[in-house]
Write a protein of this length. Sequence first.
Length: 700
Amino acid sequence: MTTNMSRRRLFALGGGALGAAAAGSFLPPSLHAAMAATPVRPGGGLHDIRHVVVLMQENRSFDHYFGALRGVRGFGDRNAVELPSGRSVFEQPGPAGTTVLPFGVRGAAEAQAKQLQYIGALDHSWNGGATAWADGWMNGWVTAKTAATMAHYDRQDLPLHYELADTFTVCDAYHSSVHTSTSPNRNHLWSGKTGFETDGDRAVGNDAYDEASHPGYGWGTYAERLEKAGRSWRTYTEWENFTDNQIEFFTTFKEIARKALVRTGGHTYMESFYAAVRDTADAAERERLLGLLEQGVTTLTTAERSLFERGLRRVETGGLAAEFAKDVAAGTLPEVSYLVPSAVDSEHPSVSSPVHSATIVYQVLDALGRHPDVWRHTAVLINYDENDGFFDHVPPPVAPPEVTEERWQGRPTGLGIRVPMLVVSPWTVGGHVCSEVFDHTSVVRFLERWTGVREPNIGAWRRQVAGDLTSAFDFGRGHGQPALEAPGAIPPFTGRWQPKPPAVQRMPEQEPGVRPARPLPYQPDAQARTTAAGLRVELSNTGASSAHFALYPYASEFSAPLHRDVRRSSAWTVPVPDDRYRLTLTGPNGFRREFEGPAGGGAEVTSRIDAHERDLHLTLRNGGRRTLTFTVRPLHYVDEADLRDWTRTVTVKPGRSRSVVHSAADAHGWYDLEVRAEGEDGFRRRLMGHIENGRPSVSG
């Protein structure tokens, strides 16, 4: 039986009730006790971490899960991009001139008489991902995926996930690694990249699942780097693991599997063998097969045996959590643990559900909570391999054309669409949001920082654009213990279905309020001025990490958004074809600049950020021949009653300039200003973003 056949068989299994959550909370009582016993200031830094647990789940986008969550970049995002049609990115074009907005799964389930937990999967192929992304315009979602792409959950539907976000730290700029399916994304988690198939095609599909004929991937894995460095690691997985143990598809491990299986009667790869084990109803036959595997394992060298036990050994179906808990209790938990659940626990929308994954998460956290001495030194990273086909509104940073290693078939391989990431640890308590750009290679880089073992497969562009997850942790300051939410029950399985939007649509409301935010390593700014060659857009970033900028043309200046990564400064010169320009520049953490006006106009606005005072200094220049009157008006982050006091009107004579200072200190560093110039038709600037000062803040 091939792996693909195994998946198709599993799609039909659905799910049954796997157990109820603890009364009053989805988090185990043991974890509550462990958190209470942990010092409010755990301290210690990276060296105080002794265990990292990586639980990668399946196929959910950030907006699909957390678009309604308070204090993250969700449905209330002020930096949402505009489509070429003039509509918001949330208003996706559908068939026959229709528009589809995000809509709640619960409402669709009620209208269609379905169970909200069991919606089905959508297209998540390489070409489907490209269609949705649409050269960066993000307007092909319904075309590529159907209207069901816009379905989303909320707190009532996902009590576990929202409780984890409110208790620990959620990352709202964490992206999948590539615009496609499971296998290439898991390649990035296990090895830092996805390379090429033996026929020369880029490994952007699930070719490896045809294990009988696939030769395997020849580049090394991070697990092998850990092994060589003498660092402990292990994959926890079951007889049935949804073919998600990506390490099985690398040549080193395929060769070890073939040697271990030599006496099993023709099986040459692990999934084939374990499919036979789990499919037989005869206990004696099952034991016979397992015994033949053990005979083959004895023929392995010491080095091969170690890799087999750490990477390929599976435990009985349903036994992952118990095996993990056994090692926690025995004090033998490895430094790095990769958890690879069964299909029904995987959260995949073809066979699992959000509430089913609560089972494995609960059991893992309970195992740690029962041993506070282990919990006190452990970080759990819960992420998702890809977005399936579910909508997310944030355009991902992508590599420019000159970065050839990040291109295939004329388009960027990544970053991919945003997916959820929850960082659960004593150093991430407090319900924070971290908005640094991350992807799956960030997990590898976090392990690099912690262990000192480097992964050479990660390319220079990935290292520049994505962080290493350390900004999600707070090793120095204390946290309060937030209140917790009550869970929901696991419903009986009633079949898969596709949500349809309601007849009358309205934009969903994001939960009101903000949440504490981790400090970020960015300080972007930008200006634009007209020149003889066109509009010169000047980019700057005085932060410690590179900032990714995307420039959107709305007056046909060019055909698709441009991308640039900036450590200090850079610039574009943009043509102005019809004597008018209108561009929007976006950057990290809600940064935005809008530039609009006539070619050759005399009005100009430049900005300077004072991080210490959290002030935005604006210089208003008049390079024309007539006196101009500039109006500087806040669009947000100012009380409506005080709007007049914050609005400035400044007259500037020809050839002169004047300065205006806007304080963002009372808004925790957030600003959103509009500048217009009376006397110069259509001139407009919008400046929006957050002034970082190296300290925790709040979300905008």
